[in-house]
Design a protein around this ligand. Structure first.
Ligand code: HEC
Length: 100
C-alpha cells in the first residue's frame, strides 16, 4: 500500500516537472520529419533521463556544456548513440522562450 502511494506520488512528480519542458507542436516545423525528430528527442529525454534526477531544462546549459553533460550521462544511462543525438537535437533546438 505504502509502495503504491510512493509510486503514485513519484509519477505525479515526474509528470509535473516534465510539463515545464518545451513540447514541440507540428505547426512550428517545416516538415513532418523535423517535428518527429523533436518529438522523439523529447520522449527519449523524458524516459531515459528522469530516473535519477529531475530533468534539467534546455536553457540551463549552453551547447558546449550540454554536449559534455550528455557524454557523461550516456555512460551512466542506457542511451544509444542514436538516442543521444535525438536528445541533443531536442535540447539544443528547443526555443529558449520555453523558459518557465
Ligand atoms: C543512473 C543515474 C542517471 C541517469 C540515468 C542520468 N543521470 Fe544525469 N546525473 C546523475 C547524477 C548522479 C548526477 C549528479 C552528479 C554528477 O554530476 O556527477 C547527474 C547530473 C546531471 C546533470 C548536471 C551536470 C552538472 O555538472 O551540472 C545533467 C545536465 C544531467 N545529469 C543530464 C542527464 C541526461 C541528459 C540524462 C539522459 C541521457 C541523464 N542525466 C541520465 C545520474 C544520472
Amino acid at each position: 500500500m505504502m509502495l503504491r502511494i510512493i509510486i503514485l506520488i513519484s509519477a505525479i512528480f515526474v509528470a509535473s516537472c516534465s510539463s515545464a519542458l518545451y513540447k514541440p507542436i507540428p505547426e512550428n516545423y517545416s516538415s513532418a520529419e523535423e517535428y518527429q525528430m523533436m518529438a522523439d528527442g523529447r520522449k527519449a529525454y523524458v524516459t531515459k533521463c528522469s530516473g535519477c534526477h529531475l530533468l534539467y531544462l534546455p536553457h540551463q546549459y549552453d551547447e558546449k556544456t550540454w554536449r559534455h553533460n550528455m557524454d557523461e550521462m550516456q555512460e551512466r544511462s542506457n542511451v544509444s548513440d542514436k538516442e543521444k543525438e535525438l536528445i541533443l537535437t531536442y535540447i539544443l533546438s528547443a526555443p529558449i522562450a520555453s523558459k518557465p
